[in-house]
Design a protein around this ligand. Sequence first.
Ligand SMILES: C[S@@+](CC[C@H](N)C(=O)[O-])C[C@H]1O[C@@H](n2cnc3c(N)ncnc32)[C@H](O)[C@@H]1O
Length: 193
Amino acid sequence: MCVGSIFSNKVYGSWGVIQREKYEKTFHELEKLVDIRKIFSGLVLDVGTGFGYFEEFINEVYLKNRSHIKNIKIIAIDKDREMLDNCLSKNLLQANLVQADGNALPFRDEIFNCIVCFDTAHLLNFREGFNEVMRVLKNGGYFLITEPHIEKYDFVFDEIKNYFNLGFSLIKEFVIEGREKEHGLLFRKIGKS
Ligand SMILES: C[S@@+](CC[C@H](N)C(=O)[O-])C[C@H]1O[C@@H](n2cnc3c(N)ncnc32)[C@H](O)[C@@H]1O
């Protein structure tokens, strides 16, 4: 166990229900706008997987109950070994777990169709982390970010919007109402001209 991790089992281990509601609402928002199969297909990177709640959601809701997301393989990274150990005890069928830093990704250029970052963007170094996202995402690929909608995190969205003017187009900005109010952004990589 990683002593001193702020995302300890005690604090974060019971957030599964809240996170699940967040993913449901996020997908509902996205479904209004785009064919969700186009976003969540092929190789998908989850930056800061935590307890693997997103992978459980994809597993249970989409792979088992709904037929329209089938062809998906998630690489779930976290820099904290404790988080990945927790994930290992779950049956995350379609996910590979990798201990890695989101600011220095150990992957080749342009291999992911989609990158998701739930409640983790504020923990990355913007320059390094988003350069890495830009590097490993395919042209035309999607980048989905959610962050708690609280004043403390306003800087995240300002930073992201400024930064992504460079090589991304903002497809959708949305608010997720729930036990935690969240702010979401969906970008698409438009590549270098
Ligand atoms: C608030 S939790 C979010 C968990 C998850 N995305 C979810 O939807 O439940 C943030 C996670 O990001 C991880 N993290 C923080 N900084 C990171 C970094 N630089 N690279 C990779 N993971 C990081 C933490 O260890 C933690 O598990």
